[in-house]
Design a binder for this molecule. Structure first.
Ligand SMILES: [Fe+2]
Ligand SMILES: [Fe+2]
Length: 252
């Protein structure tokens, strides 16, 4: 990573941490923030489970066990955010009610992630499927995300007020999420160290750190182009339908 990328990393992670902490503290923006987190956390579960099955098939029990544990943790994280949304009388939108594409034929923006599109640019969706993904690509790309998430979650938790029981509860939940993300980053690094030389580990980490910085810039650029508006991800609470929405997100 060169010096300007390093500086952009510091700037970019500072800015995203500031925005996410602010969006969590503010009761106006908290539901959308929780919904986005619920989607991200629960959405990774089927992928991790499929990777765990692949590791088993490849005879790597060490990795299979950690991936299974990782999937269970992410499922629990999704539930923490779903529960916090429910306490605000909100739930994740029912993705069945949203058309796949807008009137002009482009995919609905809630189904796309400009960040992930940029982060994994040059990789086809076929190459990123759990049955195909290169293990080093998975380990290094996820390591960077987990490492940064662990720090972002601590900042988000600390931004919550201590004045109402819902916020206090959420703070506890988010701190436990942060603790798990640190553990995920640790096993992913160990997984790289099991298969690569330390120079190759450093190189892979460097590549994905640079990709993250560039993806963050692409995402912030898109966000500013839309006048700083985030797509709505919540609807008023109808708890019986929340499960449906979650399954849909997981299947996407
Ligand atoms: Fe998580
Ligand atoms: Fe994680």
């Amino acid at each position: 990573m060169n010096l300007s990328t390093q500086l952009l990393h510091i700037l970019g992670s500072g800015a995203s941490a500031y925005i996410s902490a602010r969006n969590m503290r503010d009761l106006q923006t908290r539901p959308n923030t929780l919904a986005a987190l619920q989607m991200a956390e629960s959405g990774s579960v089927p992928f991790l489970e499929a990777l765990s099955a692949r590791a088993t098939a490849e005879g790597d029990t060490w990795l299979a066990e950690r991936l299974a544990r990782h999937a269970a943790d992410e499922r629990r994280h999704g539930q923490i955010f779903a529960q916090a949304l429910k306490q605000l009388n909100k739930q994740l939108i029912d993705f069945k009610s949203i058309p796949q594409t807008t009137n002009d034929g482009t995919p609905d923006e809630r189904r796309r992630s400009p960040f992930f599109e940029a982060y994994f640019s040059d990789y086809s969706s076929e190459a990123l499927k759990p049955e195909n993904i290169d293990w080093t690509v998975f380990f290094a790309s996820t390591y960077i995300l987990e490492l940064d998430a662990s720090k972002d979650f601590v900042r988000m938790a600390n931004a919550l007020p201590d004045t109402d029981p819902a916020s206090v509860n959420l703070k506890k939940g988010i701190l436990s999420v942060a603790h798990d993300e640190t553990g995920h980053a640790a096993y992913l690094r160990e997984a790289m160290e099991r298969q690569l030389s330390s120079a190759a580990v450093d190189e892979a980490i460097d590549i994905w750190r640079t990709r993250k910085v560039n993806a963050l810039i692409a995402m912030v650029g898109g966000f500013l182009q839309k006048g700083g508006k985030m797509p709505a991800l919540t609807q008023e609470g109808m708890p019986d339908r929340a499960e449906v929405a979650l399954e849909l997100v997981a299947a996407n």
